[in-house]
Design a protein around this ligand. Structure first.
Ligand SMILES: Cc1cc2nc3c(=O)[nH]c(=O)nc-3n(C[C@H](O)[C@H](O)[C@H](O)COP(=O)(O)OP(=O)(O)OC[C@H]3O[C@@H](n4cnc5c(N)ncnc54)[C@H](O)[C@@H]3O)c2cc1C
Length: 373
């Protein structure tokens, strides 16, 4: 790694350590999805660490995807509260950058990079999860703009976001993968209702989003009308190819490693060593994906591979901690018991969110049949 990235890593590590020492957050599992603190996101924004890969004229940092990987890795390892900006930084900003008009880019990218606007992802519907092409939410022409009607489900942080990315059917085309388009929707618009869904941890991070004839300006279409399928597929490289698919349980792994260092059973030490060895390989794959993104490629298959292997690893971190730590999980406790409880309760979601294991394995197998690309 270059010296430059080493410096960046040290700066991110230092900031997270200072916020933690000041009691401004407590490390937790799944913090990229559940640790929501707009104040922390704005602190990162002030340092130029949101939109770090975007051009400077759009408020970005003009740096590489490898630099972004360094930032995200350190934040994930710290279990820091990054959910407020995560979706926009990871995939909506890049989608707007790749496909949005210059006006859309000017309107949104600087404000995302400043953590002034925040995004949630309106993809899934009750009948369109794995089968995303079955989306039924519609967008119809209305004068110069559009009207969106439909319902999205499992939308993380819709109740705290200023805007939503929405995949909707605009019609046209013979096949159902055709006629889909991507929109930016202001969640303060008339006709938007956001209803909470309480999850397994008793927390409110999921929502149902209902759109009833919601007005959207024409300029807020991302890319080409009707080309939403191709565009959203590319977005999945960003959604699946990052270290959040590997390090959701890192605070638990670290606490476990510390506890076994202080004289545990050889079996426990071996189990932690095994996990650390697997983690080294997964980091390597994430690094290769970041390098691919830096060439402008969309490594969809490799990202699916990292997500599958990463979530299997995360599940094994939790299972290993349960097996070897001798600790009783307690959601109300600090340290290992609390982290273990968080890992156990979050684990069912690891292999569902962002594409289920079955779907990813199909994609990986197809890629192999096509020559392993
Ligand atoms: C923690 C979490 C956060 C989420 N956040 C968001 C969000 O912010 N925005 C958003 O839009 N969505 C979000 N989701 C939804 C998520 O993307 C969907 O749950 C996921 O795509 C699966 O869809 P589904 O729940 O409809 O399950 P289904 O697609 O109905 O799948 C049910 C089962 O059938 C299997 N299956 C389905 N199709 C096939 C197939 N072709 N071959 C083999 N097996 C198959 C699946 O693998 C799964 O085991 C989130 C989910 C979780 C768990």
């Amino acid at each position: 790694m270059s010296e430059d990235l080493d410096v960046l890593r040290g700066q991110v590590r230092d900031l997270a350590a200072r916020w933690r020492a000041a009691g401004r957050f407590r490390p937790r599992c799944d913090a990229w999805l559940r640790g929501h603190d707009i104040g922390f996101s704005r602190e990162l924004a002030r340092r130029g660490w949101i939109g770090i890969t975007w051009p400077r004229e759009h408020g970005g940092g003009g740096r590489s995807n490898r630099a972004r990987l360094v930032v995200t890795e350190e934040l994930l390892r710290a279990g820091a509260p990054v959910a407020a900006h995560w979706m926009a930084d990871r995939q909506i900003g890049p989608a707007i950058l790749r496909y949005g008009t210059p006006e859309l880019q000017r309107e949104f990218l600087p404000r995302i990079a400043a953590a002034e606007v925040t995004f949630c992802l309106g993809m899934s519907e009750t009948e369109a999860g794995s089968d995303l092409a079955a989306v039924r939410t519609t967008a119809t022409r209305d004068g110069d703009g559009w009207r969106i009607t439909g319902a999205k489900v499992w939308t993380s942080h819709a109740h705290r976001s200023s805007h939503a990315y929405v995949l909707a059917r605009t019609g046209g085309g013979q096949r159902r993968h055709e006629g889909l388009s991507e929109f930016v929707v202001d969640l303060a618009s008339p006709g938007v209702t956001v209803r909470p869904i309480i999850d397994l941890q008793g927390e409110h991070h999921f929502n149902e989003m209902i759109f009833d004839d919601v007005p959207v300006p024409d300029g807020w279409v991302i890319g080409q009308v009707g080309a939403g399928w191709r565009q959203v597929t590319e977005q999945l490289s960003f959604e699946r190819g990052g270290l959040e698919r590997v390090l959701s349980t890192y605070p638990l792994l670290e606490a476990l490693a510390r506890s076994v260092r202080s004289g545990a059973e050889p079996d426990a030490v071996r189990a932690v060593g095994e996990l650390a060895a697997r983690l080294a390989v997964l980091r390597r794959i994430a690094w290769e994906i970041a390098a691919d993104l830096d060439t402008g490629a969309a490594p969809v298959r490799r990202a699916a591979l990292l997500k599958h292997l990463g979530t299997t690893f995360e599940r094994d971190v939790t299972e290993t901690a349960r097996r070897v730590s001798g600790v009783r999980p307690d959601p109300t406790a600090a340290g290992l018991p609390g982290l273990l409880a968080q890992g156990i309760l979050a684990a069912p979601g690891f292999s569902i969110r962002g594409g289920t294991t079955e779907v990813l394995l199909t994609l990986i197998a197809r890629g192999e049949a096509d020559g392993g690309r």
